[in-house]
Design a binder for this molecule. Structure first.
Ligand SMILES: [Zn+2]
Length: 436
């Protein structure tokens, strides 16, 4: 059993960062983090409380991890699961519920109660509408494994999005709800943040917070380019509300648990401040009439915040959050009139290629720029070249190189996933055409 609280204290107090896998450990191991409180580190974690009335679990991890998670839990405590609370309806938090419910029924025990915000069920309905899209973007985002960076458990096939069976909450709430299990009393609060169906919980007897994805030991996932709206200002407000309770134990669904009033206050303040400054800067620039592209290039998060071991932009990143703020408070029009009703991509690319002396000239210039570290410009030209000459082996060879170089220059899994997909596509096309 690892002393997770000692580990997080060292990282926070000394500002040490040893890579994503050191703080987001996906090893299926259970660690006690308090009297009758345990955490199974997975994707997501499962936070467990022992009470006279049975186990209370926050989140259930992915379906693929459910067996490992249950095994770890049962090594700690054989009591029935009385309650499952979803911090939100993302697949890595609800996917394991089926296995936990099945275990209870197999043993002839009562079916665990499942608590969630009222927007969880509509989320599941939306997933049914967008099954193919979600399977594709998750394959692109995670490349088949969320365990990247030190994890030891690999995700299963990514052709199906979500578990075999989605277990919807049987107990829903809108703003606040309390529940007891034995002598333990939990207070649930809804707030928007990463999602519109998120809750966080407060356990007054232990001065413990269960925060779900409000704190994940990476820069907040408030900008995800391939997913629906996120709510960074609401997110920051929730963190401030949590801090006002003066918690002494913080239990996240990803990353390390944290102990100590001052330490938790500092972390909550830092993450809230990072989100607030992005929103404030973006809104000020919107109000001044700036275009989205200019705002994206001008909003800055202070370096000292980005250096914190719990704010590294290795998953999502600030630039993407700027876009989400624009989408939330503005519209999809980016302020560039040419983009309001654009030409078709291949038509525009053919025109630019003709001006430049051909698609190969564009591709060559893309490679030069890439070699000089001008990755943003290089990608524009590589895209124009590929749009202008979609069957060209040499153009796709160059495009693959440009994106391969870009991946190395990027910090976030989300950017690397998308660029990796582009590199792979062009490598395939270059290879296929060379055979034919
Ligand atoms: Zn999550």
């Amino acid at each position: 059993m690892t002393d997770l609280l000692k580990l997080s204290s060292r990282y926070i107090d000394e500002g040490i960062y040893e890579g994503p896998g050191s703080v987001n450990r996906i090893n299926g191991q259970l660690s006690e983090v308090g009297d009758g409180i345990a955490m199974v580190e997975a994707f997501s974690h499962v936070v467990a409380f022992r009470s006279e009335a049975g186990l209370v679990l926050f989140d259930t991890s992915l379906e693929a991890f459910a067996g490992v998670v249950l095994g770890a839990l049962r090594g700690w405590c054989g009591d029935p699961v009385s309650t499952i609370a979803y911090t939100h309806g993302h697949v890595d938090h609800v996917g394991g519920a089926g296995a936990i419910v099945a275990e209870a029924l197999e043993k002839g025990r009562a079916r665990p109660r499942v608590i969630g915000h009222e927007n969880v069920a509509p989320r599941f309905a939306r997933y049914r509408l967008t099954e193919g899209y979600n399977a594709a973007i998750n394959a692109r985002q995670f490349g088949g494994s969320p365990g990247k960076g030190g994890g030891v458990i690999q995700m299963g096939a990514t052709d199906r999005f979500g578990p075999k069976e989605w277990i919807a909450p049987d107990t829903e709430f809108r703003e606040r709800m309390g529940f007891a299990s034995g002598a333990l009393r939990f207070e649930l609060f809804h707030a928007r943040g990463e999602t519109d169906d998120h809750l966080w919980a407060w356990l007054p007897q232990k001065k413990a917070l269960i925060v779900g994805d409000f704190l994940t030991w990476v820069f907040p996932n408030a900008g995800n380019p391939q997913k629906v709206q996120r709510y960074p200002l609401d997110w920051a407000a929730a963190l401030r509300q949590m801090a006002a309770l003066e918690p002494e134990l913080l239990l996240p669904a990803h990353g390390l648990p944290i102990a100590g009033k001052a330490r938790i206050a500092r972390v909550l303040d830092d993450v809230a401040s990072a989100l607030e400054t992005i929103c404030q800067q973006t809104l000020a620039m919107m109000n001044n009439g700036m275009k989205l592209n200019a705002i994206v290039h001008n909003v800055k998060v202070p370096d000292e915040l980005l250096a914190r071991p719990y704010l590294k932009p290795v998953y999502d990143e600030p630039e993407f959050i700027v876009r989400n703020v624009w989408r939330l408070y503005g519209g999809w029009y980016d302020g560039n009139p040419a983009n309001l009703k654009p030409a078709a991509d291949p038509v525009f690319a053919a025109e630019i290629a003709a001006l430049a002396g051909g698609a190969d000239a564009l591709a060559r210039r893309a490679q030069e720029l890439s070699g000089a570290g001008e990755h943003r410009l290089a990608c524009h030209l590589a895209e124009l070249a590929a749009e202008a000459a979609p069957e060209s082996r040499s153009v796709h060879g160059a495009r693959a190189e440009v994106y391969q170089a870009r991946i190395k220059a990027e910090t976030s899994l989300m950017a690397r996933g998308i660029y990796g997909d582009a590199a792979r596509t062009s490598r395939d096309k270059a290879g296929r055409n060379s055979e034919g």
